[in-house]
Design a protein around this ligand. Structure first.
Ligand SMILES: Nc1nc2c(ncn2[C@@H]2O[C@H](COP(=O)(O)OP(=O)(O)OP(=O)(O)O)[C@@H](O)[C@H]2O)c(=O)[nH]1
Ligand SMILES: [Mg+2]
Length: 310
């Protein structure tokens, strides 16, 4: 398996701009905590703790950060706010997991199964990924596995026409497993490099949704004799700690092996990225920073922390 850097130029400004609200939310408050103080005491640590929790970093991750901060502050009692910022940056960086580079498939098709609850940005993310691979010269096909809503198929149709790639679909209400079956046959017959599968975010109930995902996974494995290479869980950053609950649910019931956080632009809840990266043993692969086709970046923990805490 070879590796390739898909992003010719890392758009740091876009990341800075997207994280601005989160940063302002956090930092304006952090500097207020410091006004008139010249040393770190337990009262200040309590205030930082409260601030971290209110910044969507979550209780568990916040406790880890504060414990570490406490240990370090004990060694070095007198710190100004710049030094404390640097310390926080370092602690948060250490909590975040590295993201592996994008794999170039050695077997065809490389299957990406995209899962997540309704409205989080699955279909938009699929279009962004398809466009990214297409631009790099790979052949890409999409499977309209969300047969629950007619609009879902139409939405994918619009994207595939724009990107100029094939869409494998059936009519609304068909069995998604049959669409997946068709899409794998198509991919094999046409030497498709990347097959990206859209799935429903909402069914009659949660058990149905998880059963359907399991059925889809089984069809993929049976027809290809290997599992989906990537099960990509899409989480909406604007939903804050709800995204953590969704992650827990999907990770326990499906074979999620990568995470995308969408709608980072314009939310003050960017702290959720830290919470998700710390709490699950699954890497965040991409951040989505807008509705346009290019608004996607490979997650880079150092750039992320730098944009957030510089
Ligand atoms: N600002 C912003 N909006 C986004 C982003 N990603 C998706 N959206 C918007 O979020 C809305 C829902 O996106 P979809 O891609 O349709 O979400 P979905 O998960 O496929 O939704 P269902 O098919 O209903 O389950 C759309 O209006 C998108 O344009 C993002 O990174 N930033
Ligand atoms: Mg959709």
């Amino acid at each position: 398996m070879s590796f390739l850097n898909f992003f010719d130029r890392f758009n740091k400004k876009k990341l800075d701009d997207s994280l601005l609200k989160t940063k302002q939310n956090f930092f304006s408050k952090l500097s207020r905590i410091f006004v008139g103080k010249s040393r770190i005491n337990s009262e200040i640590l309590d205030q930082i703790e409260e601030l971290l929790i209110s910044s969507d970093i979550g209780i568990k991750t916040t406790i880890k950060i504060i414990d570490e901060l406490e240990t370090r502050v004990k060694k070095e009692k007198y710190l100004n706010s710049d030094e404390l910022s640097l310390m926080l940056k370092n602690i948060i960086s250490n909590l975040l997991k590295d993201t592996p580079p994008i794999n170039i498939p050695s077997t065809k098709p490389y299957v990406i199964l995209v899962v997540g609850v309704n409205g989080v940005g699955k279909t938009t993310t699929i279009a962004k990924l398809a466009n990214m691979y297409k631009k790099k010269g790979f052949s890409v096909a999409l499977a309209a596995g969300d047969t629950y809503r007619a609009a879902a198929i139409e939405q994918l149709e619009i994207w595939t026409k724009r990107i100029n790639i094939p869409l494998i679909k059936r009519s609304m209400g068909s069995d998604p497993a049959s669409v997946i079956y068709d899409s794998i046959s198509y991919s094999k017959d046409n030497q498709v490099d990347f097959l990206i599968i859209d799935t429903a975010g909402r069914l009659h109930n949660k058990i149905n949704l998880m059963n359907e995902l399991e059925k889809i996974s089984n069809v993929i494995e049976k027809k290809l004799s290997y599992k989906a290479n990537e099960v990509l869980l899409v989480l909406d950053a604007t939903t804050g700690q709800n995204a953590v609950n969704q992650a827990r649910e999907f990770i326990s019931k499906t074979n999620v092996n990568n995470i995308v956080l969408t709608k980072i632009d314009g939310t003050a809840k960017g702290g959720i990225v830290i919470s998700v990266s710390d709490q699950f043993n699954i890497p965040i692969k991409y951040l989505c920073l807008g509705e346009k086709i290019d608004d996607i970046q490979l997650f880079n923990k150092d750039e992320f922390v730098d944009s957030l805490l510089k």
